[in-house]
Design a protein around this ligand. Structure first.
Ligand code: ATP
Ligand code: MG
Length: 611
């Protein structure tokens, strides 16, 4: 994560968290989104036979669940009351076998479903990660890291809930419910209808609960995203926070989102705390109804004792699926909301698109030609580059100078095609960069940024990053050419020293030497170097300049220059201001022009040693 203290010209400026996860809270919020369901079913498709097996097992489970009270009824009416011991033994045996089957079916079903669920999730997470890898810079500019992470982890977990217990349980519960209704009606329609009187109340309660729960859970989800996003952002910016001693403010801000999350959660939970016991209460009421009326019917010989006992048992089982159904309903809702986020991310169009069958960009001389290029970062933001024309002949070094915010880094981003130009074209050796594969383009064009990113891996791995096949020998050679070998050698573990997150255990100069070694190892034809502005001690500075000079030799290069020596050594200098090339020529010819370059020179470069 790049990081800077104080105001910075790059980036789209401060962005409030709310803007980003606002979209989470404001989605269309359908309970059933066919697009999401279709996509998730596609993920399930490879496991369809396993799912069918799980479904069959669920049906077996449902059937056995229905059978038990019936067997009890038979036992009471046909064997216990007439005192038929043999028959009772048979029933007991049948019951035992059915329980064993129930146990086997149930555990096997759970096993299959969670196995499938985890496999689908792994694929889904992998797809999301791949997508994030290939999504253009512009996407990452617009999205907060924490929210993206939350999407890959939390939203996918919500979908897992649904996959692993939702769909199948839902079907099983429905079968049990309908089965119980049918069996009760056929055993004693009168008693069944009496028992069902609690149903309307229950359905109304469920409907009400679901509506409230939906709102509550939606709030919970967006507030979770807020907490994660805030946490990630503040941890990334921890140095800035400490530098400006803003810990308290940051803590208060976090506390606010954190409390909001708590309240949303408690709110959602409270609902289910009322609802679930409520359903249970209604179930008990139904039991009383069965006992009271059933008892009278038994006394009046309208129904047998077995039927009444079976009813008691069915009533018990009847309300379980209803509770379960409302729980699945909420799971379904949050999975749908999570799914929306995930599908949206999966379907984000790639803006930097490779033409089908695009050829590779072959390593040649590397003449860079920028023709009539204009650029805006977003369709609705201001243009930052206006009609830029630049030609950098093969093998030459051009320096690009200009005030901060002029658009220098932006030009570098365009040449490596991190963004596509809004108008105009960029060619390398006469080939439009949009006509070749992105991979081959980025192999030939290496960008060393102002603040090179190092991964928390070993030094060797960091150097090898662009060329994983490089031998240890080659890594060391690159480090030597980059003047990095000596300092690496002095580190406790040499090339195996682990770089800490953000490269904090290395000085800025050392980080730059490493990034030069990394670039050298990929041996690009075109180099774009965004010189760092930071002050570096004079020894490292000398090493750096020496390494840069060596690196530029024999390549076409554009150096965004902040040092006089770089500008002086360049074959050609472009001066950019407010997104326009205003002057171009050699250092000496530009000085004579007495224009912006001269001003910059006097302000920026004069006080450098060796002027
Ligand atoms: N990712 C981005 N999204 C939106 N606007 C951006 C983005 N990056 C830069 N800009 C804007 O584009 C303009 C040019 O920025 P750029 O980073 O190219 O300047 P620069 O010349 O490299 O400055 P510096 O010398 O400070 O590095 C600025 O107005 C900046 O705010
Ligand atoms: Mg810049």
């Amino acid at each position: 994560m790049s990081f800077s203290i104080g105001p910075t010209s790059s980036g789209s400026g401060p962005r409030t968290l709310l803007e980003d996860f606002g979209s989470v809270g404001e989605q269309n919020g359908e309970v059933y989104n066919p697009r999401v369901v279709r996509r998730m079913l596609a993920y399930l498709a490879p496991y369809r036979w396993r799912m069918v097996a799980a479904l069959l097992l669920t049906l077996v489970e449902a059937g056995l669940t229905l059978l038990t009270p019936y067997l009890i009824k038979v036992a009471i009416d046909q064997y216990i009351i007439p005192a038929n011991r043999q028959g009772l033994a048979r029933i007991a045996l049948t019951l035992t076998i059915s329980f064993i089957l129930l146990f086997a079916a149930s555990s096997f079903q759970r096993y299959i479903v969670s196995w499938v669920g985890q496999n689908v999730l792994t694929t889904l997470r992998a797809d999301l990660f791949t997508k994030l890898q290939y999504l253009q810079q512009a996407y990452h500019d617009r999205h907060i890291v924490g929210v993206t992470v939350s999407r890959v982890i939390n939203d996918v977990a919500e979908i897992n809930e649904l996959l692993s217990q939702g769909i199948i349980t839902l079907l099983g519960d429905l079968v049990v419910l309908i089965g119980i209704i049918i069996v009760m009606l056929s055993m004693s329609p009168r008693l069944a209808l009496l028992t069902f009187t609690v149903l309307p109340i229950m359905l109304a309660a469920t409907w009400l609960f679901s509506r409230q729960a939906r709102k509550a859970f939606r709030k919970t989800r967006s507030s979770v995203a807020a907490v994660v996003g805030d946490l990630a952002m503040d941890i990334n910016g921890i140095r800035a926070i400490q530098a400006f001693t803003r810990e308290k403010a940051s803590q208060e801000r976090f506390e606010q989102v954190n409390l909001k999350n708590r309240d949303a959660y408690i709110n959602a939970m409270n609902l289910s705390f009322i609802f679930l016991p409520g359903i249970e209460f209604l179930g008990m009421l139904a039991t009383v109804i069965v006992l009271w009326f059933g008892g009278h019917y038994v006394m009046g010989s309208a129904v047998t004792l077995g039927v009444m006992v079976a009813f008691l048992s069915y009533v018990n089982r009847f309300f379980q699926p209803i509770q379960e159904l409302s729980r699945i309903y909420t799971t379904f809702q949050s999975a749908m909301a999570g799914g929306e986020q995930v599908v949206e991310l999966l379907d984000t169009p790639l803006e930097i698109i490779e033409k089908p069958g695009a050829p590779e960009l072959l390593p040649q001389n590397g003449e860079i030609r920028v023709t009539g290029v204009s650029f805006r970062y977003n369709p609705d933001s201001a243009e930052v580059l206006h009609d830029i024309h630049m030609v950098i002949p093969a093998g030459k070094t051009a320096a690009l100078v200009g005030p901060t915010g002029a658009g220098k880094t932006t030009i570098a981003n365009l040449i490596a095609r991190f963004y596509d130009t809004t108008a105009g074209s960029i060619t390398i050796d006469g080939v439009d960069i949009r006509d070749v594969t992105i991979h081959s383009l980025r192999r030939q064009v290496c960008v060393i940024s102002q603040d090179p990113f190092l991964f928390s891996r070993s030094i060797a791995e960091n150097i090898r990053f662009g060329n994983p096949a490089a031998t240890d020998e080659a890594v060391m050679q690159a480090a030597r050419q980059a003047n990095a070998h000596d300092f690496i050698d002095r580190l406790p573990d040499g090339y195996n020293t682990r770089v800490l997150e953000g490269g904090v255990n290395l000085s800025q100069g050392q980080r730059q030497l490493l990034s030069i070694a990394r670039a050298l190892l990929t041996n690009p034809a075109v180099l774009i170097l965004d010189e760092a502005t930071a002050n570096i001690d004079s020894v490292t500075e000398a090493l750096l300049q020496d390494a840069i000079a060596r690196m530029l030799k024999g390549r076409t290069a554009m150096v965004i220059a902040h040092r006089l020596s770089t500008v002086r050594n360049a074959d050609l200098v472009f001066v950019i201001a407010e997104g326009k090339i205003v002057e171009q020529g050699t250092h000496n010819s530009l000085l004579k022009m007495n224009g912006l370059y001269r001003q910059l020179y006097e302000r920026q470069f004069m006080d450098e040693p060796g002027t």
